[in-house]
Design a protein around this ligand. Structure first.
Ligand code: NAP
Length: 497
């Protein structure tokens, strides 16, 4: 293991400095081998108050800074992240167990590109044109920072999820207090340190570490924040929304997914097989958009099932630092127990395990790539988020049935349709209920385009200019242009002076 960081780190970053907070001692564990990556002291609800107060104090000046000033700091942050890319990769690999290849070619460059995008986007926040809609007034729109943003992120892509939440907020002129997942705080703390080094004023970007039950609850329900943004599971997202609602605060929720992967009978079968394996196994399947429900035309069904099983059997499971490793461990032993429990119950609910279905014989929370065919529509593995390297497969009879099955879920984050027929592709992209529909691919994301779901997958957008809507308020400024004391409309209210 070359990525092991083993260090004692301060548990929070508040008001531009590392702070050893007053909560419990905590160890960050490498799930690939159970080794201790770092030790830190968690924050307490009192530390959350301190961080929110720092963010409140810092926000007005940052919000009034010229866009070019904000842009310059964020561009410097992107440059510093580039310089520290190896450190970010090592931390991300050690705390999550994801393959170094994935961290180096996806997580870290994707995060840097997102920072870079928002450095540019900070300079062109636009509104509707100024105009005389009433005839007697000039109306204009001001898009103003919403204020202090509380954000809570999950463990699966710690750096990317932090960047997706924090960067549009900073670019919009907000200040932020973020709570990363307790299991994976390291890259979020490094991001805050680099932001300060890049010239971000103290207090604009604060990190508090701790468990969801106390620090998360304190942050989501804090009376002095203006908006609460969250990425994580659907049940926790609903708790966060309830806590924020107690103060009438805005929320944005990026929640779970159960993406359909629809293979029509005219699809390029080889491309669909490759795409299903990549889409199901990315980040050991711990991806909210992962391909989890393959819905395949009957004519292609048997070849698809044997094809994905064959490709999966060649996937290299192993040491995340090894260049040849394709699949790292799940995030923890507890999460592996959840995944294996769901897989083990599947045959009792009609599923047929074609490959995988067990843990390999090695230390760490590894689980083998798994294909479960013939799953019943009401089975747990088909309906609930597994969040592991598991692909379920069902067949469909005709296009109506395919689209019905694709939409037969409470979730609506992402989906893909595989076909060479342009009309089928258009119909699928229109009729599948999801925040993103890929055609003949599954997974790619891009900073310029939005990410976010519908239904049980939440609402609001990360990435792209659309994400600014979460961090801005719209103010209408209406200026009289007649200069007369007795305005025409006054006669509606009183006729005689
Ligand atoms: P999770 O259990 O919901 O936790 C997410 C975050 O919420 C963590 O920081 C957690 O803290 C915190 N938390 C837990 N209980 C809380 C509470 N009562 N109040 C406030 N915060 C609380 O999710 P996860 O297991 O980390 O991540 C996996 C989930 O995230 C999956 O469902 C996946 O689909 C979803 N996800 C969605 C997207 C998307 O863009 N839609 C992206 C990535 C992941 P602790 O863990 O420290 O206790």
């Amino acid at each position: 293991m070359t990525s092991t960081v083993s260090a004692s780190v301060a548990g929070s970053w508040i008001n531009g400095a590392a702070v050893t907070t007053g909560g419990a001692a905590h160890q960050v564990i490498n799930p690939a081998d159970g080794s201790v990556v770092a030790e830190l002291k968690l924050a307490t609800p009192a530390d959350v108050d301190t961080a929110v107060a720092a963010a409140r104090a810092a926000q007005p000046d940052w919000g009034r800074a010229a866009p070019v000033e904000r842009s310059t700091v964020l561009a410097k942050l992107a440059a510093l992240m580039n310089e520290h890319a190896d450190e970010l990769v090592a931390e991300e690999v050690s705390q999550t167990g994801k393959p170094a290849r994935l961290a180096r070619e996806f997580d870290v460059p994707g995060s840097i590109d997102n920072v870079d995008f928002f450095a540019g986007a900070a300079r062109h926040l636009e509104g509707k044109a100024t105009a005389e809609y009433s005839g007697d007034h000039t109306s204009s729109i001001r898009r103003e920072p919403v204020g202090v943003v509380a954000t809570i992120t999950p463990w699966n892509y710690p750096l990317q999820m932090a960047v997706w939440k924090v960067l549009p907020a900073l670019a919009a002129g907000c200040s932020v207090v973020i709570k990363p997942a307790e299991l994976t705080p390291l890259t979020t703390l490094t991001l805050a340190r680099l932001a300060t080094e890049a010239g971000l004023p103290d207090g604009v970007f604060n990190v508090v570490t701790g468990a969801g039950g106390d620090v998360g609850t304190a942050l989501a329900g804090h009376p002095d924040v203006d908006v609460v943004t969250f990425t994580g599971s659907t049940p926790v997202g609903r708790k966060v929304m309830a806590a924020a609602a107690a103060h009438g605060h805005r929320t944005q929720l990026e929640l779970g997914g159960k993406a359909p992967f629809v293979v029509f009978d005219d699809a390029d079968l080889d491309a669909a097989i490759q795409g299903a394996v990549a889409g199901a196994l990315i980040n050991t399947g711990q991806d909210c958009t992962a391909a989890t429900r393959a819905i395949v035309a009957r004519d292609l069904y048997d070849d698809f099932v044997s094809g994905v099983a064959e490709v999966m059997s060649k996937v290299v499971v192993g040491d995340p630092d090894d260049e040849d490793t394709d699949l790292g461990p799940l995030i923890s032993m507890a999460h592996r127990a959840k995944v294996s429990g769901m897989v083990e119950r599947a045959p009792g609910q009609g599923g047929r395990i074609v490959t995988g279905g067990s843990a390999p014989d090695r230390p760490g929370s590894f689980y083998l790539p798994t294909v479960i065919a013939d799953v019943a529509e009401d089975s747990e593995v088909y309906r609930d988020e597994i969040f592991g390297p598991v692909l379920t497969v069902r067949s469909f009879t005709d296009d109506d049935d395919a689209l019905r099955q694709a939409n037969d879920t409470a979730y609506g984050l992402a989906a893909s349709a595989w076909t060479r027929d342009v009309y089928r592709a258009q119909r699928a992209s229109r009729e599948i209920n999801a925040g993103c529909v890929w055609i003949n691919d599954h997974i790619p994301i891009i900073s310029e385009m939005p990410h976010g779901g519908v239904g049980a997958s939440g609402f609001g957008k990360d990435m792209s200019d659309y994400s600014f809507e979460e961090y801005l308020t719209i103010k209408h400024v209406m200026s009289d242009i007649t200069g007369v004391a007795e305005k025409d409309w006054h006669r509606i209210i009183f006729t005689k002076r």
